[in-house]
Design a protein around this ligand. Structure first.
Ligand code: ADP
Ligand code: MG
Length: 794
């Protein structure tokens, strides 16, 4: 058992503006626990009497400042937890902080760069690497991904996500067994045998979550996501199985209501927007108070699911994510205060061991055999399953004399042998049974002549059989008649219509005649095509969803999508990743070739060494010299060359493996970005459609069209005359400045992301250069009007 308080870490998100840096300081004295001091800016601390404090100090296990890399976070926070999970203990890492403070970035990772991958992909990578190294145990890994939104649980990996919306899926519910263990009904567990498979599940879940999100339901900030790695391990031959769970939790934004930032309400305990976080806090307060017997876990789904992680059988770690800017000071202080309370909670992690029933049976069977053998040695007689003929005869004699014995007290004694006892019971049962039958068969014939009995029975039997045959025939005839009558009636009613539809059906059948397998083989070949570009069913489902969305697009909409895509800042990221992917592919290809070369070189070297051996033996025989026991110089050289080549091969192989994971990750990132792009386009499109319907018929493109929401700032400014109305909206959701800056310098549209989408006609490309003339603007308006006309909005 390992007793430990919940470990708390703080991570400060990089601030955009440098002047914010005076707001906090980190004191990392080697001897003391590191502390974070949040300094209240003058203009906030002054001006009201009640709040005299100017700074707040909070202790953490470790504090990661703005420049901390994802790698460092993993090494210091997640790796120790992953190690204890591998040893068989439960583990939990949860990120807590206000929206935008970097919870998702820390837990899952950034959506752009491979190096930005967060705790989940790195932990998966680490765990699978360790599992491969350890051949002393047999491991099984399963993944589940749960989202809790408004107290309802959703399975993000439910295969039915493809067809239905989140609300239509069966809800995940919490069940408690008599031992107070929590079980989650409707949450699917997916086995993952490799890192790639697990990674695919993560991306599938994230994409499902993204698709389910609507502007009305900003699930990503209000929901909790729990990614769980279930690991079981067993030593070969042992009946004990160890189960460990690792929950990686991205909590809902911890922001509270009554956030004024100034005035008397500053730093007073405001209420959570999210009710389940309120319950989480209640549980944590209850746990940190001594002598509290009742902990209100049952109040919310999240606290029920994480019950073991909070004051139970688990090693738990919390990461307080902080966005330390002036306007976030009060939220940051709340987050730190919460962390201080969490740090008081003690957990007791125990090894979760269980006996495998199947292995237990095998073990017991073995034990029985051993006991039998022992018994045989002690009694001196070899017992078999069956009794011998002589034993059986003797038993029957005993039974007969027992039955014949008039003494009611008499006993049937066969000794302490279960086989004999069982045999006696069987024998007695049989006797009783035989006697009963005998009595039945003799009763009716008692008054008759024994000789007449047999023919009479035979005659009766024949008669009955004939009657039965007749009835059968009657029934058959009646059924046939009924069928004919029914058909006649139907024919009279539907004759003409049926004829026509039959004809139609015959003509339009999509399957070639004489091929009964048609309906089966067609969808099958289609699905193999869909699988072509992907390595796993999960990835193919991401792609399928993506392409499925586009297939429904009309031509005009596709064109609008093209423009939208080009103006979207994310397309730069996609393009960048595409370039990186290309590089990685060519690197992998080159590496593959070098590996093949190394392999053949190893083969050649081995052959040379063998030949050298043969030569020496031959020399020994012909010249009668004994073959030297140690390799000669030449062989020594060949051997060291071989070793060197093997080392090279191993290094290259390891690099290729890592490249494969990176390529897979990049592909998934790109897929996700594409789905996101498409989803945002759909939203934009729907908004356009509604606004057009509202404003119709006096609509003109110049004053009612919204700009594409993710349009880069430069393009946006250039299109001001077109979009005077919605720039606030456009700015609000502009992504990070990195890709935008790059986009500004770009004068020609990015290469199409989807090769299969038809190229845009050059005439409809608006806003391509700095010297934008009126005619360009007009061309743009015309292009948009074209799109709208084509799709029936004008
Ligand atoms: P949350 O999940 O807490 O709402 P996010 O993880 O989505 O916040 O972060 C908000 C934004 O800040 C994202 O664009 C993310 O990429 C960026 N971000 C967060 N933390 C970091 C960091 N440590 N380094 C770089 N960017 C970060
Ligand atoms: Mg988030």
């Amino acid at each position: 058992m390992v007793k430990q308080t919940i470990q708390i870490f703080a991570r400060v998100k990089p601030t955009v503006r440098k002047q914010q840096q005076g707001i906090y300081s980190i004191d990392e004295d080697e001897k003391l626990t590191p502390s974070l001091e949040i300094i209240l800016p003058r203009d906030l601390a002054d001006g009201f009497v009640n709040n005299k404090r100017e700074s707040y100090r909070f202790k953490f296990q470790r504090i990661f400042d703005q420049d901390a890399k994802q790698e460092t976070i993993f090494e210091n926070i997640a790796k120790p937890v992953a190690e204890s999970v591998l040893a068989g203990y439960n583990g939990t890492i949860f990120a807590y902080g206000q929206t935008g403070s970097g919870k998702t970035f820390t837990i899952t990772g950034g959506a752009e760069r491979y190096s930005d991958r967060g705790i989940i992909p790195r932990t998966l990578s680490y765990i699978f690497e360790q599992l491969q190294k350890d051949s002393s145990k047999i491991y099984t890994t399963h993944i589940s991904y749960l989202e809790i939104y408004n107290e309802c649980g959703y399975d993000l990996l439910d295969p039915r996500h493809e067809a239905s919306s989140l609300e239509d899926l069966p809800k995940v519910t919490v069940l408690e067994d008599p031992d107070q263990n929590i079980h989650l009904k409707n949450l699917s567990l997916h086995q993952a045998t490799t890192e790639e498979e697990a990674l695919n599940l993560l991306f599938l879940g994230d994409t499902n979550r993204m698709i389910a999100e609507t502007p009305m339901n900003q699930a990503s900030t209000r929901s909790h996501c729990i990614f769980t790695i279930h690991l079981s391990s067993k030593e070969p031959g042992s009946a004990t199985v160890r189960h460990a769970k690792l929950h990686l939790v991205d909590l809902a934004g911890s922001e509270r209501v009554a956030k004024t930032g100034v005035g008397g309400q500053l730093l007073t305990e405001a209420k959570y927007i999210n009710l389940s976080l309120h319950y989480l806090e209640q549980v944590i307060i209850a746990l940190s108070e001594k002598h509290r017997s009742h902990i209100p876990y049952r109040n919310s789904m999240m606290t029920s699911v994480l019950r073991d992680s909070l004051g139970g059988n688990c090693m738990t770690t919390m990461i307080a994510t902080l966005s330390l800017e002036k306007r976030n000071i009060d939220e940051s202080i709340s987050t730190c205060r919460f962390a201080q309370r969490v740090a008081l909670i003690k957990n007791e992690a125990v090894l979760n061991e269980e006996i495998d029933p199947k292995l237990m049976i095998i073990r017991l069977q073995k034990e029985i055999q051993e006991l039998k053998d022992e018994l045989a040695i002690v009694t001196g007689e070899q017992r078999t399953e069956a009794l011998t003929e002589a034993e059986l005869l003797q038993l029957e004699k005993l039974i007969t004399s027992f039955l014949e014995d008039q003494d009611p007290e008499s006993k049937l004694e066969v000794g302490a042998d279960m086989r004999k006892i069982h045999h006696c019971f069987h024998y007695l049962k049989k006797l009783l049974h035989d006697k009963k039958i005998h009595r039945q068969s003799t009763a009716p014939s008692e008054n008759k002549d024994q000789n007449c009995q047999e023919p009479l029975k035979e005659e009766e039997y024949k008669k009955l059989r004939d009657i039965l045959q007749q009835r059968d025939n009657e029934i058959n005839i009646l059924v046939n008649m009924l069928k004919k009558e029914k058909k006649k009636a139907q024919d009279a009613l539907h004759l003409s219509s049926m004829d026509r539809s039959e004809l139609r059906h015959g003509q339009s059948s999509p399957f070639p005649p004489g091929n009964p397998d048609g309906p089966k083989t067609l969808p099958l070949s289609a699905s193999t095509q869909a699988l072509d570009s992907s390595t796993s069913p999960y990835r193919s489902s991401l792609l399928h969803r993506k392409t499925g969305m586009r297939e429904e697009m009309s031509l005009g909409r596709q064109e609008a999508f093209e423009i939208f895509k080009r103006d979207h800042a994310d397309s730069v990221t996609i393009e960048d990743n595409k370039q990186i992917l290309k590089q990685r592919f060519s690197e992998a290809k080159a590496l593959g070739e070098s590996i093949n070369e190394a392999r053949s070189k190893i083969g050649r070297l081995k052959e040379e060494i063998t030949q050298r051996h043969v030569q020496q033996v031959a020399l020994g025989i012909s010249e009668n010299i004994p073959v030297p026991s140690v390799p000669d110089q030449l062989e020594e050289k060949l051997r060291s060359q071989l070793e060197e080549e093997k080392r090279r091969y191993k290094t290259m192989f390891a690099r290729l493996k890592a490249l494969k994971v990176e390529i897979e990750h990049l592909q998934l990132l790109m897929d996700k970005a594409k789905v996101k792009l498409q989803k945002e386009f759909e939203t934009w499109w729907a908004e356009e459609a509604t606004s057009l319907q509202v404003n119709s018929p006096a609509v003109t493109a110049s004053n009612h069209m919204k700009p594409f929401p993710q349009m880069s700032e430069a393009q946006h400014e250039r299109s001001q005359p077109l979009s005077n109305k919605s720039d606030v909206y456009a700015r609000k959701i502009l992504p990070s400045p990195g890709p935008l800056l790059r986009n500004q310098g770009q004068s020609s549209p990015a290469a199409p992301v989807e090769d299969s989408i038809p190229e845009r006609p050059v005439s409809s490309v608006p806003l391509t250069g700095d010297s934008q003339t009126d005619s360009d603007i007009l061309a743009f308006i015309k292009a948009r009007q074209n799109i709208l006309q084509r799709t029936g909005f004008q």
